[in-house]
Design a protein around this ligand. Sequence first.
Ligand code: GN1
Ligand code: MG
Length: 354
Amino acid sequence: MRHIYSQFRLDGRVISCTPTGGGHINRTYLLVTARPHLYILQWLNGQVFTNLTGVMHNVVAVTEYLHARGSDDRSALTLVPTHAGKPYLLTPEGDCWRVYEYILDSVCLDVAESAEALRQCGVAFGMFQRQLADFPADTLVETIPRFHDTPNRFRDFRDAIARDCAGRLASVRDEVNRFLAHEGEAGMLLTLLESGELPLRVTHNDAKLTNVMLDEATHAPLCVIDLDTVMPGLVAYDFGEAIRSGACTAAEDETDLTRVQCSLTLYEALTEGFLSGCGDRLSRKEIETLPLGAKLMTLENGVRFLTDYLNGDTYFAIHRPDQNLDRARVQLTLLEDMERKWADIQAIIGRYMP
Ligand code: GN1
Ligand code: MG
């Protein structure tokens, strides 16, 4: 790795470079220098992010915008330039690397530690919405077209079922059918966008719990990370992803499904935090459709995990066999639990409606 990190303007000699983080797409390392000064080094997956310069254009634009408005260094990610003064490194082989300042005295939650911590995660993503509400969305590159086009995700799912290239279909018939039973709902948000009832905004699009940094001591929100999928989108995508990852009582790949539930306490904490972070920027229709976003993001991720399982695990990184199947099953269980609790969920949203 030395020939990679030596090209960045680091403070001191690097004494260690170790893999870190739980992302499924990019590869992340913790760099420590003798100073000591900590950095995050990342390799971007060019198979997923085919427009690497577009991704970096968005990251630079959004972090600069947030820093210009934030009060402390930790209010947004900070890119460390290369010796050539570029915000990232593109190798002759076409690999893209970047370095961020490590966010000091911060924590990132894997599963909700408490309703209060989750409320703060909601605040972080809500604030992200509010801070970027006037950002010129048309200057951002749509780096992964149709990223949250759930009907299109179903088309990929049907292709994977038809091909069954890894020979796994017979063993997951039940899961496949339970996902297909929801296909009719997949386009509900996009329909509202097309009819003009929901506005397009700058969204994070991967607003999961592990992408929020909180202050270690106070658990106050600092910033959100993983800006690679920042693109125009619907606010329900970010709320939805936050609920999917944060209101679930178990890990994304839990194998004991009896532990997987949608916690109403956590749901409410996240809702309250998110809406307070957004301030008065959302319309009534946007608030009303937030729970639909939570259902669709859970459905969409589940369908994507199962699609990848059927395709032989080619997209999401796995660390053990069947991990994508386990991830898909957790989403399915969570989705069905949300449906059982739908009246309570509506009541929660009702309580926070302005
Ligand atoms: C991927 O790599 P990571 O964890 O940031 C994926 C998200 C999924 C998520 C599921 C570009 O994000 O869409 O929701 O895994 N990112 C991409 O954990 O596909
Ligand atoms: Mg991500």
